[in-house]
Design a protein around this ligand. Structure first.
Ligand SMILES: [Zn+2]
Length: 462
């Protein structure tokens, strides 16, 4: 059982450089993979019991080796060495980014269990301005690989086809016009399977038209990119009447997927669209069900709670904040960490898997509009409708202050006064409030570090 054994799991890793280590040991991947094949069919109750067993291990470890958690648990009158109940669990305060930002080292364990391998470190470059550092282990890297494979198996990917990705890369690898070409899909797939080739293109300096030209040269079997980029590629594919007969599936990562993305991409390519929900800090949070559009929480990796503002759990159909606890990161356990996203709880899935269900991922707090009444929601500002009014290529809406909205546009030509007026009316009606609205024209709207494109950003904190 993964849950109970994780803290003792021996990975027998040699002392070579960190992420490559796991690649040498297909057997260390196969064992947990086999366990995941079983655990996905457990009942929700069985899964929860195993999670609480493992949470007990994580909490004891955190209590014993990280003073921050010792104090936090003592204040909540919890002694995890006695085990933990769900009532006690809910008394543990929620952890937020600013609790450890800039003081990450205080969250590093003073005694990592030996079988977890060596400590590595990642910096989340995500969409927020201030990065955070996360300590990982060879064991968490192993789990990353295992869940990557689960996603491939669930969606029955044909590894002989070509995998093509257009995303953010650090440094200057994968630049246009050639991108980077690899003989295989890389790790972890190549450890267990013969694979076809893969290729990658860095999104940060390549405009959509060049991306499409590059993609046309690739004969893609699978295309992996961000939803906002897929939308732009799909529209251009339709405009130019291009066909990609080799394409089997569109894989989306990194951003919230809305209906417009699904509709236009389906129209352009007519292939299944599969999303994943993951975060640098904690790994895979939820994978899309192989049979339905909903998402299964990866309960073997994390304990995920969806909570109302008052801390009570959401029922199916309700939206709440996503709070995660890592089950296997003993270097820097994150316990009841509010990752900044919101999600809607789903009913149990008819596919038979006991893994809990999310119906929708709704995105980040900073992508919520704040109304002067104090209400907050995620605005939907479909590009499609705006382009019916004026020749707009990109748009980004920023709430600069409580009453002030800035609409950033890139356009094919300068807009007329009449077009601006129509746009203003449409945007204000969608936002549901008479904000002061100004237009700013740019040559290009850049993605944030990490490659994400945010359609709406609020700088207002209430
Ligand atoms: Zn399912």
């Amino acid at each position: 059982m993964i849950f109970a054994q994780a803290s003792r799991l021996k990975t027998h890793l040699p002392t070579t450089t960190f992420p490559a280590v796991v690649s040498n040991y297909p057997a260390t991947i196969l064992a947990p993979l086999y366990q995941l094949e079983q655990s996905q069919w457990w009942s929700p109750q069985q899964i929860l019991e195993k999670q609480f067993q493992q949470l007990g291990n994580v909490l004891s470890h955190a209590y014993n080796t990280i003073p921050f958690y010792k104090t936090r648990l003592e204040n909540a009158r919890i002694d995890p060495r006695q085990g933990i109940t769900s009532e006690q669990w809910r008394k543990i305060p929620i952890l937020v980014r600013r609790d450890f930002q800039g003081k990450e080292q205080q969250f590093l364990t003073s005694a990592l269990p030996k079988g977890h391998g060596r400590v590595g470190e990642i910096t989340t470059s995500g969409s927020t301005a201030e990065p955070i550092k996360i300590y990982t282990t060879e064991l968490t890297q192993l789990f990353w690989n295992v869940f990557t494979l689960r996603d491939h198996y669930w969606h029955k990917r044909d590894f002989r086809k070509k995998l093509v990705s257009i995303r953010f890369f650090k440094g200057d690898q994968a630049q246009y016009p050639d991108g980077a070409n690899m003989a295989t899909w890389g790790n972890p797939v190549q450890l267990l399977h013969h694979t076809g080739p893969s290729c990658a293109l860095d999104i940060k300096k390549t405009d959509v038209s060049d991306q499409l030209a590059w993609l046309s040269r690739q004969e893609p079997g699978y295309l992996l990119t961000y939803p906002s980029n897929a939308l732009e590629l799909a529209k251009l594919t339709l405009d130019r009447g291009l066909k990609f007969p080799s394409l089997q599936e569109l894989r989306l990562i990194g951003e919230v997927v809305d209906q417009e993305v699904l509709d236009i991409c389906a129209q352009a390519w007519n292939v299944p669209i599969v999303d994943v929900y993951s975060a640098n800090e904690v790994g895979y949070i939820a994978l899309q069900c192989p049979e339905h559009r909903n998402y299964h929480i990866q309960s073997e990796n994390l304990y995920v709670e969806i909570l109302h503002e008052n801390g009570t759990p959401c029922a199916p159909g309700e939206v709440g904040k996503v709070v995660v606890s890592t089950l296997h990161n003993f270097a820097m356990p994150l316990i009841r960490y509010a990752i900044g996203d919101y999600a809607e709880v789903g009913e149990p899935c008819s596919c038979g898997r006991g893994l809990p269900v999310l119906d929708r991922i709704l995105g980040r707090t900073r992508n919520m509009l704040v109304l002067p009444t104090g209400e907050k929601y995620w605005p939907i500002l479909g590009l499609e409708e705006l382009t019916k009014i004026a020749p707009i290529r990109q748009r980004q809406v920023v709430q600069r202050m409580l009453h002030d909205i800035e609409v950033r546009l890139t356009t094919e030509r300068p807009l007329t006064r009449a077009e601006e007026d129509k746009l203003r009316e449409m945007i204000l009606s969608k936002l549901g409030y008479r904000f002061n609205l100004s237009f700013v024209y740019l040559d290009r709207i850049e993605r944030s570090a990490g490659g994400k494109f945010e359609e709406f950003i609020s700088k207002v904190t209430l």
